[in-house]
Design a protein around this ligand. Structure first.
Ligand SMILES: [Mg+2]
Length: 247
């Protein structure tokens, strides 16, 4: 029976995590190892200046007082009874498209799984602010992809970044394999003043501008498709490298 590690960046109590574990639990033994608290936008940070505590919440559910990457690293090396066959991260309430990938804790958890040579995927639901999250729709897509990955495996050094439109299953047009687009934010830094008149800056929110390039994750989700982007651990710009070496 496959062993599947489920994690996220929203914390162990997040509804998307439990729904993902329930769905993938039909493929094997799903064990949750997730951060104690919300770690959204924690990216791939590791906790190195204090020890980490693992708390067993119930059967096959563990919380770690660290980041998503901590959970995957400590989870795989110290908590799980064996090496997992799959790491699934999510379901994040909010898309992880284009430039978001750089900041995403959801994607970084899957990236850590890939660094440890386990097939990994990150699953996010592309919601608009305040909209109810249709988690079961994304869970169903995650289940289909996870079954494929368990059967066929994953190319080395590669993870899947999956974004599902937040719409009823009948309104999802299909799956598209995509490349990473650009998702740019206007006014992403709010200026506020504290009671003493001191100026502060608050990062978050802002209005996303969508890149118009074709075949991107951004474009697929906007058009109503499930976007699956194969991300590579190697961030080298090979084209530029070839040019530099040719000089
Ligand atoms: Mg999150």
């Amino acid at each position: 029976m496959p062993l599947i590690m489920i994690t996220n960046d929203d914390g162990v109590d997040a509804p998307g995590l439990r729904i993902l574990a329930e769905a993938l639990g039909t493929l094997g033994r799903a064990i949750i190892i997730a951060p104690e608290r919300d770690n959204s936008a924690a990216s791939h940070s590791l906790t190195m200046r204090r020890p980490l505590r693992v708390r067993e919440i119930s059967a096959d559910v563990y919380a770690i007082d660290g980041t998503p990457a901590d959970c995957v690293m400590v989870g795989i090396k110290k908590v799980l009874p064996a090496r997992p066959d799959l790491v699934a991260s999510g379901i994040n309430p909010g898309a992880n498209l284009g430039d978001d990938i750089n900041y995403s804790g959801t994607v970084s958890a899957a990236r850590e799984g890939t660094l440890l040579e386990i097939p990994s995927l990150a699953v996010s639901l592309a919601t608009a602010n305040g909209e109810p999250c249709l988690y079961p729709v994304a869970a169903r897509q995650a289940l289909i992809l996870a079954a494929e990955l368990l059967e066929r495996g994953m190319p080395p050094n590669t993870l899947f970044n999956v974004n599902v439109p937040n719409r009823p299953a009948v309104e999802i047009l299909g799956r598209r394999y995509t490349r990473q687009g650009r998702r740019l934010y206007d006014n992403a830094i709010q200026e506020t003043f504290d009671p003493w008149g001191q100026r502060h800056y608050w990062i978050g929110g802002g209005t996303p501008r969508w890149s118009k390039e074709p075949e991107t994750d951004v474009q697929a989700v906007q058009a109503g498709y499930v976007s699956v982007t194969p991300l590579h651990l190697d961030m080298t710009n090979h084209q530029v490298l070839q040019g530099l070496l040719a000089k």
